[in-house]
Design a protein around this ligand. Structure first.
Ligand code: UGA
Length: 435
């Protein structure tokens, strides 16, 4: 099939490369010429494990091209919308300008029977509004809007594209649903479950999944605070919870809370849309989830301050981690960076090391950037592990002892081997874990 993909962020680019891998002819369209040039030269503009190989395969086969020119859409009759829907400035709602401008750009290029398939995370009701726009501009029934949300995790985008756990196809007609299913024939043949539904439910399927995931993390973090107050151990507690098959062991890690370009903004956009729809209970619950999440950052800053005797001013803090999670160079709404920034604002001398995200910090005047763990922690009064990179968990505490000023570490992702660190003379502190 000939397919266009609008938006070549980690979601759109991975989607385009996956489609080409399955044999489709795909053009990725983006307004950013720098990004397009890199992708067209098979040079990934972001860190995503396995993506370079997938991209190179597509580009060298000639089936995967990238362009800033709308005319490159050519005779494609299936168009995926993979543009970003960030949080709107000064509001909790989603900013849908990129979605609307992609559809406006497509309008003059849509032939009869064209299918526009949204994959971006949008507030429920967006597909209906887009369909109205197409009907008004082109005449009713000429082009159709459907929704086929993605559930990709950053750092696992390739794996999640090639082996997703479900496909959601939200279309108003059987013909549109069949055409979307045909795109994914290799997955459907491999037995990936498909849920066919209406566009509204498909839109909600995505944002609801993120809302459930975010809520789960905040529940675990509230439990961690109760553990702390009661002298219990959150790690053993989550182990017990995870053994209940109805709860399951995944996505139960306590600590610094969630961040990134998806969960926080999707949670807020959902709350905002729920309020618009008059469902105030949903908005209240989700606002509390958000508040609990931000509270973890404050609690971590407070823990660091307490460990430094009540003030961080002029104290040296070695921060390990800037990305919002391991295996990613994304610092959007990063809890690690929020904590590092807050400590620097309070007067600490903060040196940050991150294996992939450090390049984003080059312009920061309040943070020093180190290219290694030892140099970040040299002379540190406090060491903080704020992102769950395996390289941090693998640090030899005995060797690190030689470079720091004081052997005190905040394990904000509960990722260190406590016994090992304690045996090397470290005071290891974590939210929700007994001293
Ligand atoms: C999330 C969802 O997991 C994907 O299914 C979804 O497609 C994606 O958003 C999206 O909307 O595009 P992602 O943001 O890549 O994926 O990251 P996650 O792995 O879900 O982690 C999100 C945040 O939660 C990270 O900051 C992570 O450190 C934190 N987290 C995760 C915890 O604090 N505890 C956990 O147990 C799990």
């Amino acid at each position: 099939m000939r397919i266009s993909v609008f938006g070549t962020g980690y979601l759109g680019a991975t989607h385009a490369a996956t489609l080409a891998h399955w044999g489709h002819e795909v053009v990725g369209i983006d307004v950013d010429p720098h990004r397009v040039r890199r992708l067209a030269a098979a040079r990934p503009p972001f860190h995503e494990p396995g993506f370079a190989e997938l991209l190179t395969g597509g580009v060298t086969s000639g089936r995967l091209t990238f362009s800033t020119e709308l005319d490159a859409v050519g005779d494609a009759d299936l168009h995926f919308l993979c543009v970003g829907t960030p949080q709107l400035d000064g509001s909790r709602a989603a900013d849908l300008r990129a979605v609307w401008s992609a559809v406006d750009a497509l309008l003059p290029r849509l032939g009869a029977g064209a299918l526009v398939v949204g994959r971006s995370t949008v507030p429920v009701g967006t597909a209906t509004l887009l369909q109205q726009r197409l009907d008004e501009a082109l005449g009713a029934g000429r082009a159709e809007v459907a929704w086929n949300p993605e559930f990709l995790r950053e750092a696992h985008a390739v794996e999640d594209s090639l082996r997703p756990d479900r496909l959601v196809v939200g279309a108003g007609s059987d013909d549109a649903a069949d055409r979307i299913c045909a795109v994914y024939a290799p997955l459907i043949d491999a037995g990936v479950p498909v849920v066919r539904t209406d566009p509204c439910t498909a839109e909600l399927a995505k944002s609801s999944a993120n809302v459930v995931l975010a809520s789960r993390i905040s529940v675990v973090n509230v439990l961690a605070e109760v553990c702390e107050a009661a002298g219990a151990d959150i790690e053993r507690l989550t182990e017990v919870l995870g053994l209940d098959p109805r709860i399951g062991p995944h996505y139960l890690s306590p600590g610094l809370g969630f961040g990134g370009g998806c969960l926080p903004k999707d949670l807020r956009a959902f709350a905002s849309r729920a309020a618009e729809l008059g469902v105030s209970t949903a908005a209240q619950l989700l606002d509390a989830v958000d508040e609990v999440n931000t509270h973890q950052r404050h609690r971590t800053v407070q823990l660091a301050t307490d460990l430094l005797g009540g003030t961080v001013r002029d104290r040296h803090i070695g921060v390990l981690g800037a990305a919002f999670k391991a295996d990613s160079d994304d610092i959007r709404d990063s809890p690690a960076l929020a904590v590092a920034s807050a400590l620097a604002a309070a007067g600490a001398c903060v040196t940050v090391h991150d294996p992939k995200a450090a390049h984003h910090l080059a312009h920061r005047r309040d943070l020093r950037v180190a290219d290694g763990i030892d140099s970040a922690c040299a002379g540190a009064d406090l060491t903080m592990v704020l992102t769950d990179w395996p390289a941090f968990a693998a640090v030899d505490p005995a060797a690190l002892s030689a470079v720091v000023q004081r052997r005190v570490v905040v394990d904000a992702r509960l990722s260190l081997d406590v016994e090992r660190w304690r045996a090397a003379g470290w005071d290891v502190r974590a939210l929700g874990r007994p001293r």
